[in-house]
Design a protein around this ligand. Sequence first.
Ligand code: PSV
Ligand code: MN
Length: 421
Amino acid sequence: MEQQKIDEFNHQHIKDHQRKFDFVAEDVNKLDDVLQKLQAFNIAIPSWALGTGGTRFGRFSGGGEPRNLEEKIADVGMIHALNRSSNSISLHIPWDIPKNANEIKALASGYGLHFDAVNSNTFQDQPGELSYKFGSLHHTDKAVRDQAIQHNIEVIKYGVELGSNALSVWLSDGSNFPGQLNFRKAFQNTLDSLQQIYAALPDDWKVWIEYKPFEPNFYSTTIADWGQSHLLASKLGKKALTLVDLGHHLPNTNIEQIVSLLLMEQKLAGFHFNDSKYGDDDLTVGSINPYQLFLIFNELVEGMDARGLNHATGIGWMIDASHNVKDPIEDLIQSVEAIKIAYAQALLVDTKALVDAQQNNDVAKAQEILQAAYRTDVRPLIAEARLRAGGALDPIGLYRSGGVRDSLIKQRGAKTVATGL
Ligand code: PSV
Ligand code: MN
C-alpha cells in the first residue's frame, strides 16, 4: 500500500476525524503521553493467521491466501502500512521454514517488520519422523522426547538467523483417558526435556511456556494451567517465563488476576490474544468480551508501571487467532484495534483515585473509576496515533475501498491455501 494512497484517504476523512478527536481529547490528561504510548505499541502477527483457518470439520479458503512465507510477510506488511501497529511477525516451524534467512530478513525489513518469537510444533507429525501421537516432550519413549528436543533446538537456530529472541513452546501433550498417563512422570519428563532446550538458548533469549487446560487431549494436559507453567518456568531459571493465551482458560477464569501475579513474580512472558465464548475458540480479539480485555490491560498497565517496565517492549504481545469465515487481513486489523482500544482505556484510568478508593474500601467508587475509563470512546485517540505514525485513519475502510483482496486474488488465485491449521 503506497503512502500516497494512505495520505489521500486520510485527507478525505480528516475533518470528521478531527471533530471526534477534539471531543474526546478535551478530557484526556497527559494527552501527548497517551498518544505517544499508543504510537509505540505494536502487536505481532502470527504467520498462521493469514489464511482462513479450518476447523476439524472443514476449511473454506477465502481466496488470495498467501502461498508461501514471502507472501505472508507481504500481508503483514500491508497490515502494518495500514495500522502502523503490527511491526513484527511470529513464525511457526515447520509451517514457515525460511529457506534463505538473510533474504527473508531483508524482505521483512523492507516492510518495516522484524521477527517476534519463533514457535515450535510438536503437535503434528512430520513425514519420516517418530510419531507425536502420545505426546512429545513428556513422551514415555526417550527417542521421541529427543526428537522433540532437537526440533526445538533447530527452531532456536532459525530464530537466531532471523534476529528473533524468544522460543515459544506449546505442547499438546496430555491424555484422553484416566489411567493413560502417570502425571508425575509426564511432568518430570517434560521438565527434563525443557531443561535440555533451555541449555541451548542463547544468552539474550527467553523460552515462553504456554499452558492450556484441554484440547486436543480431553482428560489431562501436561502443562494445563498457569501454576504448572510457572512451576516449570521457576525450575528452569530466569530465561523461562509463562505465556498467557487468553483462550487457554476454562470459562470465567479470572485472567486479570493471573496476569497481575505473574507480573509481580517477573514471570509473565507475554500474550497470545484472541477471544472466546466457550474454549479455545480463536475468535477476533474483543469480539465477545471486551470488558475482560480492558480489565486485563488495567492490571498490565498497573503492574508494568509498578515495575518500571516499558509497555511496548516489557513483555511479548501477539495475536493467536484463526477463524473460518472472515477475511484474515480484516480480522487481524480488527484484533489489533481491539487490543489498542483496551490499552488506551487502561491508560485513561484515574490511577491515583483508584488507589485511594481501594485503600478506603470504597467499592462503588472503584467501580465508577474503572467503568468511566472503559466507557470512553477512545477510537479517535487511536486513529490520531495511527495518523501521526503514517497509517490510515480507517484501515479496514481503505483496505476495502482500495480493493486489496481482489488484487490478491488476481495475483495469487482464488483457490490458494496458506500453511497453518
Ligand atoms: C494452541 O492452541 C496454540 O495457542 C499455540 O500457541 C499454538 O502454537 C497455536 O495455537 C497455533 O496452533
Ligand atoms: Mn497460543
